[in-house]
Design a protein. Structure first.
Length: 267
């Protein structure tokens, strides 16, 4: 007999559905296992270290080990029947809605909202991985490969839904470390498919005005200036620029910009 489990292990079946019940609240946790005794011992070890199933861990910390009892609900002989039988007991005992199970459907995360304990664990694990240089390098290579091989592009309807969903969402300014991480992550990445798809595509007046407002007052960095210093436009580019400007009326804003650029009146 196990002192922790308080049941006679020789009488416990090898495979089946088990329950962990809190005697104080009468809430249950339902699970399945192909080795029931080992699974109970794993539960005890995880709960002792504070790494048990979230709702079960909270109740365990609150009431203590003596408030819980382990029992076998059903012996299962067919491996394929473990999940259906577990789901049956989760539903019949209301183990997810009123009990200690986290998921309403076995292995199905739709509709699942993590509790505070789970969020803390996810945050701690994410921060731990972020500090690992090997993990960061691995993820960088994975993302670069995925971008290079992916041919998926959002449909206009999808882009519109994303835009509507993010309107009004307040975001703080990026930190210098975040900006540097983004720059390093995009270094050497050229979205060739996007460039090819936009070649020859005329911009609307609204888009042009947005680009102008975004670039107005922007200062060139020494690196940007060094890249264009001494560069001369080809004759074809000059002809295109000349043709694009023909017939364009001079607005007060354009005249003022020309004055600032040349340092003299355009007349």
């Amino acid at each position: 007999m196990s002192k922790d489990a308080q049941i006679a292990w020789p009488s416990v079946p090898e495979m089946g559905i088990y329950a962990i019940r809190c005697k104080i609240t009468d809430q249950v946790y339902v699970g399945q296992s192909r080795r029931i005794r080992g699974r109970w011992e794993n539960h005890l070890a995880d709960l002792k270290m504070g790494k048990g199933c979230p709702k079960l861990q909270v109740a365990w910390d609150q009431y203590g080990k003596e408030a819980f009892e382990f029992s076998v609900l059903e012996e299962v002989f067919d491996l394929d029947m473990l999940t259906p039988r577990e789901q049956f007991y989760i539903d019949s005992l209301r183990a997810a809605s009123d009990g200690l199970n986290t998921l309403f459907r076995v292995g199905f995360l739709k509709g699942y909202i993590p509790c505070d304990l789970t969020k803390q664990r996810i945050g701690a694990a994410t921060r731990k991985r972020a500090k690992d240089p090997e993990y960061a390098a691995h993820m960088s290579e994975v993302l670069k490969k995925a971008r290079a091989e992916s041919s998926y592009r959002h449909t206009p309807e999808h882009c519109q839904r994303i835009s509507l969903a993010q309107r009004g969402v307040l975001r703080g300014p990026l930190t210098e470390a975040h900006r540097l991480a983004i720059a390093v992550g995009h270094a050497g990445f050229v979205p060739k498919a996007a460039i090819e798809s936009n070649k020859g595509r005329p911009c609307s007046e609204e888009t042009r005005s947005k680009i102008g407002l975004a670039n107005r007052g922007r200062k060139w960095t020494p690196e940007q200036r060094s890249r264009i210093t001494g560069r001369k436009a080809s004759s074809e580019t000059l002809q295109k620029m000349s043709a694009a400007r023909k017939g364009v009326p001079w607005t007060p804003a354009r005249r003022e910009a020309q004055k600032l650029k040349r340092g003299a009146s355009c007349g």
